[in-house]
Ligand binder design. Structure first.
Ligand SMILES: Cc1cc2nc3c(=O)[nH]c(=O)nc-3n(C[C@H](O)[C@H](O)[C@H](O)COP(=O)(O)OP(=O)(O)OC[C@H]3O[C@@H](n4cnc5c(N)ncnc54)[C@H](O)[C@@H]3O)c2cc1C
Length: 515
């Protein structure tokens, strides 16, 4: 029988297996057992930092349940077109193969390696390729990210299956036990390549530089799709996993009078501190400690009836230019697996809701607002990929910063009073929220921290509604709005889970047809 045992360890004790066995033996009452890690998290609330460690203890290794990996069907029959090769699209394709369905993945961007060259151009020459950037291309928006793999999803089975698949495709096993697992930008691309190769090996198709440009609807179903404004092809089932930045897809659906709703999202700035400073606060002065990972934070407050919160915090990370068009600027963050850059960055964002606008019933109302802020920031910083920036204390004092301590944002920053660029409803709340955060993390507000604007692609500003039971669009029977772009996921893990869930619904439907 497997027993689950929780103990507390000091950070320096975590890799001492002899000591761990002794401590577990005290709990078990004998020495005749094997053990493996189940979960670990850092408790840094008090000066004496502890690791909450949970182990599984059994009589022999064979008692431990092996990871349930990828289980391909022998034969594929019936096709599913999947638009988008982000986490949702790729995990949907894997699940298709498990259910004996042939996935055809259609991706507007380039393969993960070719994509890297476009990112270099974006960083160094300020050229945005609208088909290949930090949001578009193989692996989707999550490929060149921090690769944080935590989710608010409470469905442990789904999360565990997804993490197990990541491990099967090369992610470190630590992600199975860490409370806040992450992979890192340097490791994600190879994992994506391995997933693609597995899809191809088992009879799926993956096409790059292929953009969905139109659909034909006959009798309440999508009958054909058009690729790159040229070729049309027939479809049986269509999974739309195009992410929150595929604005042309929202336009396309709207043009076809397919129901869409505006949905709340969040918008603000990305703040950058020195990682050492964040460690000092979070680890009670313990910096450069070999036994502790670069620390993170999670902040939340309410200002004038709206949530203001930290988003996608990247310890030891870099701020990335995430625009998908030339005439806009967007920030987000990434980190390598070791999170060993000297900077820490995080989005600090304010909830935006359709009700904030007069035309709240217009499905495009939040998207239009998002676009207008991205464009205003682009104009304010000189119409390049440089972003408007301000030291944090100066932002609160409404003073244009005279100089900056540093910035990891490669295309460059331009000093601007962000209070004059960001909409008042955002700027006013951010100033108050920062003062609250400064109480929670002393020193958070200073001119050693730099704000970069905007952080705007937090989640989709549009919902593509689907039926609760079938997961198909409420009006179009074989169209499956999926994951982040449709408003059903936020982040890599939940997007991957939603991709798999949608395919399970399609498989259920085809089984019903056969029966
Ligand atoms: C820099 C950055 C860092 C991030 N860090 C993290 C993190 O650490 N942890 C985390 O959980 N999340 C992170 N995210 C968010 C995460 O990447 C997304 O939540 C996730 O990728 C959403 O998955 P998805 O499959 O729904 O959509 P996406 O990943 O956006 O994938 C959609 C795909 O569809 C393709 N596509 C779009 N339109 C078309 C079309 N017309 N035809 C064909 N293909 C099309 C796109 O090219 C893209 O590849 C980060 C995002 C960015 C940009």
């Amino acid at each position: 029988m497997i027993e689950s045992i929780q103990i507390k360890l000091l950070p320096e004790e975590v890799s001492d297996l002899v000591l761990i066995k002794k401590r577990l033996a005290l709990e078990v009452g004998h020495n005749d057992f094997v053990f493996r890690w189940k979960k670990r998290s850092i408790d840094a609330r008090k000066k004496r930092i502890l690791i909450n460690a949970t182990f599984e203890v059994a009589k022999s290794e064979s008692e431990f349940t092996p990871l349930k990996g990828f289980q391909p069907a022998k034969k594929l029959k019936g096709t599913v077109h999947i638009i988008g090769a982000g986490p949702a699209g790729l995990f949907a394709a894997l699940r298709c193969i498990e259910f004996g369905l042939k996935p055809i993945v259609i991706e507007r961007g380039k393969d993960v390696r070719a994509r890297r060259r476009d990112l270099a151009k974006l960083n160094k020459e300020q050229i945005v390729n609208p088909e290949s950037n930090y949001c578009f291309g193989e692996g989707g928006a999550g490929t060149y990210s921090d690769g944080k793999l935590y989710t608010r999803s409470k469905k442990r089975g789904d999360v565990d299956k997804t993490l197990a698949l990541f491990v099967e495709f090369g992610a470190p096993k630590d992600i199975l036990i860490d409370a806040h697992p992450h992979i890192g930008t340097n490791k994600l691309p190879q994992i994506i390549v391995d997933i693609r190769e597995k899809i191809l090996l088992h009879g799926g198709e993956v096409r790059f530089e292929s953009k969905l440009t139109d659909i034909e609807i006959v009798s309440g179903k999508v009958s054909r799709i058009q690729i790159n404004s040229e070729k049309w092809e027939n479809v049986e089932e269509l999974v739309l996993a195009t992410g929150h930045s595929a604005r042309d897809i929202f336009d396309l659906l709207h043009r076809h009078h397919i129901k869409l709703y505006a949905k709340p999202f969040a918008l603000g700035v990305r703040v950058e501190h020195l990682q050492e400073f964040i460690d000092k606060i979070q680890y009670h002065g313990r910096v450069n400690d070999a036994f502790l990972p670069p620390s993170s934070y999670s902040l939340v407050t309410q200002v004038a009836n709206k949530g203001v919160f930290s988003f996608c915090m990247c310890p030891g990370g870099i701020i990335a230019p995430c625009a998908t068009e030339q005439e806009e600027v967007v920030t987000n963050g990434w980190s390598p697996s070791k999170r060993n850059n000297p900077y820490s960055n995080s989005g600090i964002v304010v909830t935006v809701s359709p009700d904030d606008f007069e035309n709240s019933k217009d499905p495009m109302v939040c998207l239009d607002f998002q676009k207008s802020v991205e464009r205003a920031c682009w104009e304010a910083a000189g119409k390049t990929q440089e972003v408007p920036a301000q030291c944090l204390k100066d932002f609160i004092d409404r003073k244009v910063s005279k100089s900056f301590p540093r910035s990891s944002y490669q295309p460059g920053i331009v000093s601007v009073d962000l209070n004059t660029v960001l909409p008042k409803m955002i700027a006013d709340r951010l100033r108050k929220a920062f003062l609250d955060f400064d109480k929670k993390m002393k020193g958070f507000v200073s001119n050693d921290a730099v704000l970069h604007a905007p952080e705007s692609r937090t989640s989709s500003p549009i919902q593509i509604p689907r039926d609760r039971e079938s997961f198909a669009h409420i009006e179009i029977k074989n169209l499956y709005p999926c994951a982040e772009g449709a408003g059903y996921a936020g982040g890599i893990i939940s997007a991957a889970i939603d991709g798999m869930k949608v395919v399970e619904k399609i498989a259920e439907k085809s089984e019903q047809k056969i029966a």
